[in-house]
Design a protein around this ligand. Structure first.
Ligand code: HEC
Length: 184
């Protein structure tokens, strides 16, 4: 008799287990389920987080490199902007341009072309803002180069200006590029 009841208990155990609430706990956490909405006006149509879906057209927001060059930097290079720029630079640019900005990143070393030097020790050209204005750096991020990929989809225009501010204020040390070049 005891054996029989044990057998019965074992048989129904999985069924009971399925019925117990803990088996559904993971599914019943407080969260938005597919087809549910946080917006009562659009029940079942919750908005996607911004920039999580493809957008129509281009995200470059600038026609070409010439147009980019002529853009004035609308973001003040204050402490906050430079700090945000640093964070973004460390994520998106260091693999190639390196923490120093000279182009000594680990990924950059594997490319067919060494990433160019973003600091004042660039021997191809100085970073004189008259010849290479903020818009040039902004445009390079938007459009990329021959080897460098475009960061238009990763960095919003405002984020790109933050990176520009970081490059200018920290990597190029805020000193006039021409003065640095003359000092050489
Ligand atoms: C996958 C490697 C790679 C990454 C990541 C990368 N670059 Fe570049 N970058 C290059 C290469 C290579 C060049 C040389 C020019 C070319 O590719 O046409 C370059 C050139 C540049 C130039 C032109 C420099 C000059 O002397 O005229 C700028 C400005 C620039 N990069 C900025 C950035 C910024 C800012 C980031 C981060 C958002 C970034 N790059 C991320 C590879 C990279």
């Amino acid at each position: 008799m005891r054996k029989l009841s044990l057998a019965v208990a074992l048989l129904v155990a999985p069924t009971l287990a399925q019925a117990w609430p803990w088996s559904q706990d993971m599914a019943n956490v407080i969260s938005i389920k597919p087809g549910e909405s946080v917006d009562s006006k659009q029940a079942g149509m919750q908005p996607f987080p911004s920039r999580s879906v493809p957008v129509k057209g281009t995200t470059v927001f600038v026609k070409d490199m010439d147009a980019a060059r002529n853009m004035a930097n609308p973001v003040a290079a204050n402490e906050q902007s430079v700090a945000q720029g640093e964070q973004l630079y460390n994520i998106y640019c260091t693999p190639c341009h390196g923490q120093s900005g000279t182009g000594d990143g680990l990924v950059g070393a594997k490319l067919i072309m060494t990433p160019w030097n973003l600091t004042n020790s660039n021997d191809m050209h100085t970073w004189d803002p008259k010849e290479y204005p903020d818009g040039y750096i902004f445009g390079y991020m938007a459009m990329g180069g021959a080897v460098m990929p475009s960061y238009a989809n990763d960095l919003s225009p405002t984020e790109r200006w933050h990176v520009v501010n970081y490059v200018r204020k920290v990597l190029q040390k805020a000193q006039p590029a021409t003065a640095a070049a003359q000092a050489k």
